[in-house]
Design a protein. Structure first.
Length: 114
């Protein structure tokens, strides 16, 4: 049994991944800011932390508090129209936010990131 943090676990791809991890017997923590995701989509049995993976303090606290051993990164701003209208936001949140997530994983000693 591994404790896995799934970013975007309240979204389409993430919630299906969470369900598969739970079914395989893993412990799952979801980190999602619920911008396009839905609380009700988080499968029963997973714990939801509401916040952004691009926020260094939020992700560091979640990794430590839940003793996370692996991360599956499914979160992303995902609205095509918005990404065209405001590409800077998508670079900041999806690209720079991803770097923040990787740095937090390294600091917390989480070696498995997918
Ligand atoms: N849906 C598909 O068919 C498909 C196919 C291939 C790849 N993808 C990729 O998979 C990823 C997820 O797609 P999806 O369809 O599940 O989208 P989605 O919008 O359903 O899910 C994304 C989730 O991430 C959350 N989120 C967004 N920014 C966040 C942030 N900064 N911090 C925390 N949570 C945040 C949203 O609230 C949402 O729950 C995207 O990168 C997408 O490009 C999707």
């Amino acid at each position: 049994m591994t404790t896995i943090l799934v970013t975007g676990g309240a979204g389409y791809v993430g919630s299906v991944s969470v369900a598969a991890f739970l079914e395989a017997g893993h412990d799952v923590v979801v980190l999602d800011d619920l911008t396009t995701g839905h609380r009700a989509a988080v499968p029963e049995g997973a714990r939801l932390v509401e916040g952004s993976y691009g926020d260094a303090a939020t992700i560091a606290a979640a990794l430590t508090a839940h003793r996370v051993e692996a991360i599956l990164h499914c979160a992303a701003r995902s609205l095509v129209g918005e990404s065209i209208a405001d590409p800077g936001k998508y670079y900041r949140d999806n690209v720079a936010g991803g770097v923040t997530l990787l740095e937090a994983a390294r600091s917390a000693g989480v070696q498995r990131v997918g």
